[in-house]
Design a protein around this ligand. Sequence first.
Ligand code: MN
Length: 202
Amino acid sequence: MTPLLLPPLPYATEALEPHISRRTLVTHHGRHHQAYVDKVNATVRDTSQSGWSLERLVKEASGALFNNAAQAWNHEFYWHSLRPAGGPQPPADLSAAIQRSFGSLGGLQHAFRDAALDHFGSGWAWLVAAPGDRLEVLTTHDADTPLRDGPLPLLTCDLWEHAWYLDRLQDKAAYLKAFWELANWSFAAENLARASAPRRAR
Ligand code: MN
């Protein structure tokens, strides 16, 4: 079975500057993300799980294999949650859902920042589509991911220190502020459309 490959970044390594540096992206993608992919491949080699998709490993594996598979999946989702600054703002459907759930885009950003700042240690902050047409903000610890058994993720922000330490040292708040300059609303809207699509399309 072909091993998992490190998915390429969907933009150039300098495309997120000045908010996230080329140096951070090269290390974060080329070393951290690559290491998770390598560990998954090393763990499943010559086992009955070697043919499994990354999604299946995240949903069904346990222990270190789950941790590495989930980190690989979360990072790919994170790269797509970002786009170069100045890109499109939330399209109409997503904008309406944000207003229904948080009052305004500022309300979402405030709730997301508070949850991310309050999150102790490594993990991820997520914008998710909860049942009943509501959007919610949640955080997960370490490798944990809503893909496993949670609501449908729309957007994520990596809360591991390696995501900002080279650029910001201890200033997590500055990294979280920059996240909103880079948020890929088109990606979030595509995910939301999947959430509201008929089940057969999932
Ligand atoms: Mn990371």
